[in-house]
Write a protein that binds this ligand. Structure first.
Ligand code: OAD
Ligand code: ZN
Length: 240
C-alpha cells in the first residue's frame, strides 16, 4: 500500500525536505484556509483573502486583528501533531535537511525540529509600521489582547506582526529553493499549493516527490508527472 511504499522511500532517502501547509495543523485544532472547514469558507466575508492582504491591512488593520486575536488564543491551547513529531524525528536521525513551512503556528519547532524555514514569517516579532520599533511576542500579545488594533507606545503607529501578507516578499526563498534542489525526497504535506512562490518550490526537487493531502490541491506549479506518490488521506493517519 501507499504508506508502505512511502516508508520504503524514506528508508532509501538521505536528504529529505518537507513543505508543510495549514493542513498539517488541522488535527491540532487550527483550521486551514481552503479546506472544507477552512477560514476562507467560515470567515463569512467577501474576498476573505483580504484578511492577509497588505494593502487592505494598511487601510483597515481591524479585520486582520479580529482573526489574529483568536489565532493567538488558540496558539496557547494547541500541541504539535503526530506528523510534526514524525518530521522532527527524521531530522534527529539526520535524514531531513529542512522543513519549509507556510505556517506561523511554530508547531514544527515545538515538536523539536530545528531546521525550520518559516517562509511566511511568524508571530515572534512585531514591528511598528511608522517608526519601525520592534516588539517581542509578550509585548505584542498583550497589546493585541488589550486593544482592537495594537499601537506603538513610542509613536502611535499601527503594529504588524512579522507575518508575510499577500503583497509582501516571502522569507528565506533562496535557501528554500536550495534545499529543494539538494533533496532526494521531497514531501508536500497539507498544502493546496495555490500560493506562490511557496508552491513553486517542490518542482525544484530532482528526486522523488510525495504529496500527502486530503482533498484538492493545485497542479499548476507542480505537474503531476513530477509526483511519485499522492496520498489522499488524513495526514496523521497516513504517517502513523
Ligand atoms: P490551504 O488551506 O490552502 O490548504 C490546506 C490543504 O490541506 C487543503 O487541501 C486541505 O484539504 C488539506 N488538509 C487539511 N487538513 C488535512 C488533514 N488532516 N489531512 C490531510 N489533508 C488535510 O493551506 P496552505 O496551502 O498552507 O498564506 O495555504 C497557503 C497560504 O495561504 C497560507 O500560508 C496563508 C494562506 O493565505 C498567507 O496568509 C500569506
Ligand atoms: Zn512607532
Amino acid at each position: 500500500d501507499l504508506a508502505a511504499k512511502c516508508a520504503d522511500m524514506i528508508k532509501k532517502a538521505q536528504k529529505i525536505c518537507l513543505l508543510s501547509g495549514a493542513g498539517i495543523s488541522t488535527n491540532a485544532g487550527i483550521p486551514d484556509f481552503r479546506g472544507p472547514k477552512g477560514l476562507y469558507r467560515t470567515a463569512g466575508i467577501d474576498n476573505p483573502e483580504r484578511i492577509f492582504d497588505i494593502s487592505y491591512f494598511h487601510r483597515d488593520p481591524s479585520l486582520f486583528y479580529k482573526f489574529h486575536k483568536e489565532f493567538l488564543k488558540a496558539l496557547q491551547q494547541i500541541k504539535p501533531t503526530f506528523a510534526h513529531y514524525f518530521f522532527a524525528k527524521l531530522e534527529e536521525k539526520g535524514k531531513l535537511i529542512g522543513i519549509i513551512t507556510q505556517n506561523i503556528d511554530s508547531l514544527h519547532q515545538r515538536a523539536g525540529a530545528k531546521k525550520v524555514y518559516e517562509i511566511h514569517g511568524g508571530v515572534w516579532e512585531s514591528y511598528c509600521l511608522k517608526c519601525g520599533k520592534k516588539f517581542n511576542y509578550e509585548e505584542s500579545f498583550k497589546k493585541t489582547m488589550e486593544e482592537e488594533i495594537p499601537h506603538c507606545d513610542s509613536c502611535g503607529g499601527v503594529i504588524k506582526p512579522d507575518i508575510v501578507f499577500f503583497g509582501e516578499p516571502v522569507k528565506y526563498l533562496d535557501k528554500c529553493i536550495e534545499l529543494a534542489r539538494e533533496s532526494d525526497l521531497f514531501f508536500v504535506v497539507g498544502s493546496s499549493l495555490v500560493v506562490t512562490p511557496a508552491a513553486l518550490i517542490p518542482a525544484e526537487c530532482k528526486g522523488s516527490i510525495v504529496i500527502v493531502n486530503k482533498g484538492d490541491f493545485s497542479t499548476a506549479y507542480l505537474p503531476m508527472d513530477k509526483v511519485d506518490l499522492v496520498a489522499d488521506e488524513d495526514i496523521d493517519a497516513f504517517f502513523k
